[in-house]
Design a protein around this ligand. Structure first.
Ligand code: WQD
Length: 340
């Protein structure tokens, strides 16, 4: 049985991926410093899977501590989620974002080299495509100019990983470029649990639907799109999790080097369409107003999914209605998120 080290494994995407890995027969070891997640997630994962996953409360920048994980477990593969990921926060705190996100990856890569661990799946983002309006984005689309330090850390980490793969012939890497992960596990036991006022659309809509927030402000309806609001490629987090299992299987069956895949649905959904779908899911109106455009927003962003379908055998199966209903189920069952 392969052992997978999941850094950031109590986070939103990490925790959902742990479930998919377990269901696919992998042994999972979780490392997380709990800066942006709760230890309660481990209890929820146990309720969902019946398994108490081995957990280390460790900061991936702390090499001595992280080394003990490699000492105590025979790690076959690493999926690296750990990192700070709030776009707006990254503009306010660039030093923390560059220090944490770059150093954590470098520490992981350094220990992988020391312990001859050669399989890496890295959590990247469509944000590396920058401000291009040449959609859909394919994996060959040029890397763009990022609009925030968070995006630049993903851009830089892709380059660091590529350089490592050139220097270490045995290293096999898949870079997964996520589009917009949303939704929650069908149990309603885990889901997106951001601190404070959400920046992203789905968690914000969810709080408005629950009455926790008064209304949604739609950031602009004068874009050159069918209904004037921005289009995004929302992908269900459980589909995204399954994409990571496919990535590990691809690494097992293929050659060394770096392989890049978009994880999206290939479909653009507008803000207004997302609001309408959420109203259908929660059964009542979502109060909303139209506000000014948000700096840095692309009018249209969605994935070409051809490469992931052909080479990974990955195709998202859940639609915007599944995303909204699962998000609402999580919200209703956890009105104040998780508490430790
Ligand atoms: C989606 C649309 C907003 C909130 C971000 C990161 C990206 C990735 C996914 C990590 C946009 C509109 C939003 C609101 C709104 N994260 N919106 N009112 O900006 O596409 O991508 O999250 O990898 O890196 O940049 O997602 O959910 O913030 O916005 O109208 O209160 O919803 O303008 O058009 P985004 P988002």
């Amino acid at each position: 049985m392969q052992t997978v080290l999941v850094t950031g494994g109590t986070g939103f995407i990490g925790s959902h991926t742990v479930i998919s890995l377990h269901e696919s027969g992998y042994e999972v070891v979780i490392v997380d410093n709990l800066i942006n997640s709760k230890k309660e997630v481990l209890n929820r994962l146990e309720r969902i899977t019946g398994k108490r996953f081995k957990f280390y409360n460790i900061d991936c920048c702390d090499r001595d501590s992280l080394k003990t994980v490699f000492e105590q477990n025979k790690i076959d593969s690493v999926i690296h989620f750990a990192g700070l990921k709030a776009v707006g926060e990254s503009v306010q705190m660039p030093l923390e974002y560059y220090s944490n996100n770059i150093n954590s990856m470098i520490t992981v890569l350094s220990l992988m080299r020391e312990y001859n661990v050669n399989n890496l799946v890295f959590s990247s983002s469509a944000t590396v495509y920058g401000q291009s309006e040449d959609v859909p984005f394919t994996e060959e689309s040029p890397l763009g100019v990022c609009t925030n330090p968070y995006g630049w850390t993903k851009w830089m980490l892709e380059q660091i990983i590529k350089d490592c793969a050139n220097a270490i012939p045995s290293l096999k890497v898949v870079l997964l470029r996520y589009f917009n992960p949303v939704g929650a596990h069908e149990s309603g036991l885990i889901g997106e649990d951001p601190k404070g006022i959400p920046n992203n659309l789905f968690p914000y809509i969810s709080k408005v639907a629950a009455g926790t927030l008064e209304k949604l402000t739609i950031h602009g309806d004068d874009y050159d799109t069918p209904d004037g609001t921005c289009l995004r490629d929302y992908i269900h987090v459980c589909d995204l999790a399954q994409g990571h299992v496919k990535a590990l299987q691809y690494i097992d069956n293929n050659y060394a080097g770096v392989n890049i895949f978009n994880l999206g649905t290939g479909k653009g959904t507008s803000v207004k369409e997302a609001v309408a779908a959420f109203e259908k899911a929660c059964g009542h109106e979502i109060p909303h107003v139209i506000g000014p455009r948000r700096a840095g927003d692309l009018p249209v962003c969605y994935a070409s999914t051809a490469k992931a379908e052909q080479l990974l055998g990955f195709k998202a199966s859940r639609d915007i209605n599944d995303m909204c209903s699962s998000c609402w189920n999580w919200q209703v069952n956890n009105p104040d998120g998780l508490q430790d």
